[in-house]
Design a protein around this ligand. Structure first.
Ligand SMILES: [Zn+2]
Length: 99
């Protein structure tokens, strides 16, 4: 009940309301990952194999500006659009578009 009253006060106060809205927008933005760069799958280079030796997946890599790499294996389906790949070293992401 006390919670409800506090929320009611926030929604009725224009300044508190603006701060509340801003916080919601910030949280939404943080949940959405923005790629630092968009590349084509053709830009990636072969990097060997991964997974089960009896049924290996081809591994592809693309260098990150931090010195790390973005890795993509064959099990990722990129034919239906694009995928986000995280760097193996830093917090950057790139978008790899399919064909
Ligand atoms: Zn990186």
């Amino acid at each position: 009940m006390r919670c409800k009253t506090a929320l009611f006060q926030v929604l009725n106060d224009p300044i508190l309301r603006a701060a509340y809205d801003q916080q919601l927008a910030l949280e939404a933005a943080q949940q959405h990952v923005f790629p630092s760069q968009t590349i084509r799958f053709d830009d990636m280079e072969e990097a060997g194999f991964t997974g089960d030796p009896g049924d290996p997946d081809m591994l592809w890599e693309y260098p990150c500006r931090c010195g790390g790499v973005y890795l993509l294996d064959d099990s990722t389906d990129i034919t239906r659009g694009s995928v986000l790949l995280p760097c193996d070293t830093c917090s950057l992401n790139i978008e790899v578009s399919g064909f």
